[in-house]
Design a binder for this molecule. Structure first.
Ligand code: SF4
Length: 353
């Protein structure tokens, strides 16, 4: 495995010291590999890393609506077939298919590194986004408990932050999130692209069920921490029928989400091959349609994205999902403009979740 010359995430972020993506994050002598033989983690291997940096800068040219990210894990046991972070595993000479789902890199010193960085005189309290590469509340977090230390550091330095997740584990840290929200801006978003259980079981096999994720939205709302929903991905021909969109937006509204932002499936290299192989197995009759829809790259055509976005916005209005409250925390699914001349996704494509 190559454990040096890494960038932290597939946004091409450089680290907080301005080092380029070529800068080494991990020392080759700092890797401890553990295979955990408990039923919960059977078949999962953890690579415990002492990272050299944890706060990463998104390049200025990026379309991401945030500049700084923290990602304590690489790889994700949530195992979404379409996950765009899959390709990042190839940087480690790890497999981007099953390897991404089961070979998890854990930056065990993430809380200490973050606290150190926040204390630095060169840090100016910028917003930090989490869950931008892989899910920081994936199942591994139940074992390693890195997020409490991370949130505590952010709370202690009153540093604004946002989290995007599919993990119900975020509720474990509800008290800490509440404490942080008293001193700084905290934005939580949950990703729910559809509520179709059959689709969920096959395409997001390691994730909590959509209704459990919506319970998270509800619990956060009850706790006074507004939560938006990133309705992602909307999967063409499998999750985009009008009645499916309606059912999903209605469930999101009932959960008390402060906002809903649709995002159509995109298929970057790494994710594309894995997703198409899955499609061939589960829905072979759709392969040709997908090849046509994604003939020009990673994104579905603009007309298709616009149609889905319009439908969801109309449904959101019908079900009374309001815009993000004025003064509420910045949420990481805010819209971003496509780069000039590029047919990007309708809402920002910042996230895999
Ligand atoms: S899409 Fe998100 S939750 Fe799913 S595997 Fe990727 S990082 Fe994990």
């Amino acid at each position: 495995m190559r454990w040096e010359n890494l960038t932290d995430d597939d946004t091409g972020a450089s680290d907080a010291h301005g080092r380029t993506p070529d800068a080494a994050l991990f020392g080759a002598d700092a890797v401890t590999t553990r295979t955990v033989d408990t039923p919960e983690f059977r078949g999962v291997t953890f690579h415990e890393i002492r990272a050299r940096s944890i706060v990463n800068r998104v390049p200025g040219a990026s379309r991401m609506p945030f500049e700084w990210t923290v990602n304590p894990y690489r790889g994700c046991t949530h195992a979404c077939v379409y996950c765009f972070a899959r390709n990042t595993h190839s940087y480690l000479d790890l497999d981007t298919g099953l390897g991404f789902d089961s070979q998890i890199v854990v930056k065990v010193n993430a809380p200490q590194l973050l606290r150190h960085r926040l204390a630095s005189r060169t840090w100016h309290g910028e917003h930090i986004a989490m869950g931008t590469n892989v899910d920081c509340y994936q199942r591994a977090e139940g074992r390693y408990r890195l997020m409490p230390g991370i949130i505590e550091a952010l709370r202690d330095y009153a540093n604004p932050f946002s989290i995007l997740t599919k993990g119900t584990l975020v509720l474990r840290d509800l008290d800490l999130l509440r404490q942080a929200a008293e001193v700084t801006e905290v934005g939580i978003s949950v990703s729910v692209g559809f509520v179709d259980r059959e689709l969920w079981r096959t395409v997001e096999p390691g994730t909590p069920a959509p209704e459990r994720r919506l319970d998270v939205v509800r619990a956060l709302a009850d706790a006074g921490i507004g939560c938006g929903v990133l309705m992602a991905p909307v999967i063409p021909f499998l999750g985009d029928r009008p009645e499916q969109l309606r059912e999903t937006v209605r469930a999101i509204a009932r959960a008390g989400a402060t906002s809903v932002t649709p995002l159509v499936l995109h298929l970057r290299p790494g994710a594309r091959e894995w997703f198409m192989a899955w499609l061939e197995t589960h829905h072979p009759y759709l392969v040709r349609r997908y090849e046509r829809l994604y003939a020009h790259g990673a994104y579905a055509p603009t007309w298709y994205q616009r149609r889905v976005t319009r439908q969801v916005h109309e449904l959101a209005q019908e079900f009374g999902i309001g815009p993000t409250r004025s003064g509420a925390a910045r949420r990481i699914q805010e819209r971003a403009e496509p780069a000039p001349g590029r047919a990007g996704p309708e809402p920002t494509q910042l996230t895999l979740l």
